[in-house]
Design a protein. Sequence first.
Length: 137
Amino acid sequence: MTRMLLKRKIAIRAIVTEDFKQRLIARLEGALEELAKAQQDLDVQGKRYLSELQQKEPAKANEFARRLERQRHKNEEIRVRLTQELSQARSLSIGAECLYGKVEGLVEISVGDNLTEKMRSAEIVIKDDVIIEMRNC
């Protein structure tokens, strides 16, 4: 019989425990701190380089200033997203399920299979990093 492997999405869902919630909050707070430091470094180094560029090559200085501003804007969007995720993490209820991540996995198909059913997203449910359930395998 002819068989084929296809990729499909697999959702990783976590049961919220106090430990999970605290680790998630700490990870998001750490990411916000790293982003703030990176932005601060970018501002200091960017201004210094921009000043040098304006003296040596004014034409390139304008393009660099635009790129610097685009990066600032991008960092601000990331900061807003992380802040929203942090707020959501703080409001998670113990015992609830939340999306932890997504991965791709393989599913074997063959003639006669229901493709819709086979391609339906599978889920792995974890609790404190231990797999406790697999759905739609």
